[in-house]
Design a protein around this ligand. Structure first.
Ligand code: PEP
Length: 247
C-alpha cells in the first residue's frame, strides 16, 4: 500500500516571512491527514522552514547541482539541502528542462547524487502539447523515466517519487483527465517494473501534476495508479492547498 504524497512547488514565490507563515498554517491544518505533505520552497526560505519545526509538513527544494562542492557559482549541493533539513528535492521540472535547458543526462546525475546523500528526488516527466498531438506521450515519458533513473539501484528506487506532469497542463488551467493520466502513469510503472522488477515498481509513488485544484484533485486520486499530486499555483494559498490535501 503506497502512502499518497501531495507536494507543493512554490517556484519563485514567497519571501521568508510569507513562507514561514504559510507553512505554519498548513502544518496545523493538515496535522491529521494520512497523506504525506511536502512543501518545496525557494532556497532562501529552507533554513527558516526547518527552524520553524513543522511536525507534519516535510520540506523540499526545487533544484540542486550534482557536484559535492566546488567552483559552481550560483549552485546548491545535495549535501547543503540535507544540511538545512530538506527531505525531498524536485528534479527535472519542465521549467528547468525548457528554460534552463536541462537534459536527461544532467537530471540523472542529480538524481544519483540526491539519493547518495539521502535526499528523495521528485523526478518530473511529461510531454509537450505537440508531442501529445503526435501520439508520442508514452515514448516521451518512458524515455525520460529510463534516462532519469539510469544507474539507480533497485534497493533505492522506492526513495524516488515520480511526477507525471503534462507540460501543456502546467499553470494553464488545462488538466489531463483522471483516466488519461492514469494510463500514462501505468506506462511509467511498467517501465519501472522492467528496470527494477515488479515488486519494487509497486512501491514507487507516482504523482499527477498540472493545474491541480481542490475541485479536480479527487478525480485524480481515485485512480488506482495515481499516488498524489505535485501542485504549483494552488499550493501558494493555504485554503486551496489544504483543500487539495483533504480531497
Ligand atoms: C508545477 O509547477 O509542477 C505545477 C503542476 O504547476 P500548476 O499546478 O500551477 O499547474
Amino acid at each position: 500500500m503506497r502512502t499518497p504524497i501531495i507536494a507543493g512547488n512554490w517556484k519563485m514565490h514567497k519571501n521568508v516571512g510569507e513562507a514561514v507563515e504559510l507553512a505554519r498554517q498548513l502544518d496545523e491544518m493538515v496535522a491529521d491527514s494520512a497523506v504525506e505533505v511536502v512543501i518545496c520552497a525557494p532556497f532562501t526560505s529552507l533554513s527558516s522552514l526547518s527552524a520553524l519545526g513543522v511536525n507534519k509538513v516535510k520540506i523540499g527544494a526545487q533544484n540542486m547541482y550534482f557536484a559535492e562542492a566546488g567552483a559552481f557559482t550560483g549552485e546548491i549541493s545535495a549535501t547543503m539541502l540535507e544540511d538545512v533539513g530538506c527531505e525531498y528535492v524536485i528534479l527535472g521540472h519542465s521549467e528547468r528542462r525548457e528554460i534552463f535547458k536541462e537534459d536527461d543526462e544532467l537530471i540523472n546525475k542529480k538524481v544519483l547524487k540526491a539519493l547518495e546523500v539521502g535526499l528523495k528526488p521528485i523526478l518530473c516527466v511529461g510531454e509537450t502539447l505537440a508531442q501529445r498531438k503526435a501520439g508520442e506521450t508514452e515514448n516521451v515519458v518512458v524515455s525520460q523515466t529510463t534516462k532519469g533513473l539510469a544507474g539507480v539501484s533497485p534497493e533505492l528506487i522506492e526513495q524516488v517519487v515520480i511526477a507525471y506532469e503534462p507540460i501543456w497542463a502546467i499553470g494553464t488551467g488545462e488538466t489531463s483527465n483522471g483516466k488519461d493520466a492514469n494510463e500514462v502513469i501505468a506506462s511509467i510503472r511498467q517501465t519501472l517494473a522492467k528496470l527494477f522488477g515488479d515488486e519494487q515498481a509497486q512501491k514507487v509513488r507516482i504523482q499527477y501534476g498540472g493545474s491541480v485544484k481542490p475541485g479536480n484533485i479527487a478525480e485524480f486520486m481515485e485512480q488506482p495508479e495515481i499516488d498524489g499530486a505535485l501542485v504549483g499555483g494552488a499550493s501558494l494559498n493555504v485554503k486551496d492547498f489544504v483543500g487539495i490535501v483533504k480531497y
